[in-house]
Write a protein that binds this ligand. Structure first.
Ligand code: FAD
Ligand code: NAP
Length: 340
């Protein structure tokens, strides 16, 4: 059994898309699930365990206490195939976008609208990643994980993952207690195209190509590239806040004062999902620039690091934004980004 290489005081700057220079107390790269078996018997590794994927949904402080487990578990295997669908098991350290393109290239449908979302396959179930009218929950069959305190592997079925809007059991009951090792997906060979959302149809028209899995993935990539900052150029972690769900009553009240307020059906009975980007923009934050950090000028939900920003600066900016939205609209935004 190979033991992973243990290092102390490792800079995480290149391991998080905000580009924050945090120092990890200890760092281990996990390349295979069996390496997790050895962790609990090694008392030298400082606790807590912190699982790191692509670092694209993280806000880090100057020091990251504990042991960072960088996930590098790879491998894609086809478990079942018939004329309608495939079941495919994917190592959690695989790159999400590469897996989407792998599926699209084979004519396997279900995740093409989720092209170009950064990060790893293992993080996808955690916040039930979603974009352009599709959520990953609809393609997940089961999730295999290691439970740190119980020293055992467990497989959780789709229904037991308790998926919700940008939420799952991994962000609540199981938070901080597990390492996702593999995700098994069920994908269809009979595509059902999702084009009703945003600018997909218009983009396909501009592209002048017929509707297919690959043209939809390409349309999504084109739209995303035109709106979202590339973390390699401008540090960011995508949407910093979740779109809030409010009651139909509050929505109706707000609509009287703010007739342009966009609302969509929410996941809870008769709740309304409101665009957090719109709320933030109305408070005047879009394009805001402080010395090191700011708000993206094309998408107000995205906080950015101009280079030397710290986690504390980004946190403070997010707090000021949150308070101003609460004051103007009476809505309390929730951070989507995970704070270590
Ligand atoms: P990390 O940031 O490394 O980790 C996030 C959290 O998950 C941490 O708490 C970490 O401990 C935990 N974690 C990660 N992997 C594991 C594992 N294997 N086991 C246990 N815990 C784990 N999100 C969307 O939903 N939709 C989008 O359209 C979208 N667009 C984005 C665009 C940009 C430009 C950026 C920067 C981000 C975007 N995101 C989006 C957010 C982000 O890409 C996703 O949340 C992604 O799934 C995070 O993956 P990651 O591997 O980088 O996770
Ligand atoms: P957009 O198309 O400008 O839409 C603004 C908001 O309105 C989105 O957040 C979206 O909610 C909602 N919306 C728009 N059309 C909708 C419809 N037909 N039905 C229900 N809700 C609708 O958004 P954008 O910023 O350019 O992002 C496009 C997609 O990529 C969105 O799905 C967004 O979630 C996703 N994205 C996510 C992140 C992240 O880090 N989480 C970062 C970038 C982009 P939803 O967000 O619920 O879809």
């Amino acid at each position: 059994m190979d033991s992973p290489l243990f290092r102390k005081s490792v800079s995480l700057k290149k391991f998080n898309t905000f580009g924050i220079d945090s120092v990890a107390e200890a760092f281990l790269e996990i390349g295979a699930s069996y390496q997790l078996l050895q962790l609990s018997s090694t008392i030298d590794y400082p606790r807590p365990w912190r699982v790191l994927g692509g670092g694209s949904n993280l806000l880090l402080a100057e020091l990251t206490a504990g042991t960072v487990l960088k996930n590098s578990i790879k491998g894609i295997s086809l478990l079942e195939e018939n004329e309608n669908s495939v079941v495919v098991r994917v190592g959690s350290g695989e790159n999400w976008h590469a897996f989407v393109m792998f599926a699209v290239g084979r004519g396997w449908a279900g995740i093409e609208n989720l092209a170009l979302i950064p990060g790893t396959v293992g993080a996808a179930p955690i916040q039930n990643i979603g974009a352009y009218g599709v959520e990953v929950k609809d393609a997940i069959k089961e999730v295999e994980l290691w439970l740190f305190n119980e020293n055992r592997f467990e497989t959780i079925s789709n229904v037991d993952c308790k998926f919700d809007y940008r939420d799952s059991i991994f962000k609540s009951e199981l938070k901080g207690r597990f390492f996702i090792c593999a995700v098994t997906f069920q994908l269809s060979k009979i595509p059902k195209f999702h084009m009703e959302y945003g600018a997909i149809k218009e983009e396909l028209e501009l592209m002048k190509c017929s509707v297919s899995l690959s043209s939809i993935a390409q349309a999504v990539m084109n739209i995303r590239r035109s709106k979202l900052p590339d973390p390699n150029i401008l540090g960011n972690a995508g949407s910093f806040f979740k779109n809030p769900s409010i009651s139909a009553g509050l929505f109706a009240e707000l609509k009287k004062r703010f007739p342009l307020l966009p609302g969509y059906p929410g996941t809870i009975n008769s709740s309304i999902k409101v665009s957090a980007a719109w709320l933030i923009e109305q408070c005047g934050w879009k394009g805001f620039k402080a010395e090191h950090v700011g708000v993206h000028d094309k998408q107000a939900l995205v906080l950015v690091n101009f280079g030397d920003g710290t986690g504390v600066e980004i946190w403070q900016l997010s707090e000021t934004i949150l308070l101003s939205v609460q004051e103007k609209f009476g809505i309390l935004l929730e951070r989507e980004v995970q704070v270590w």
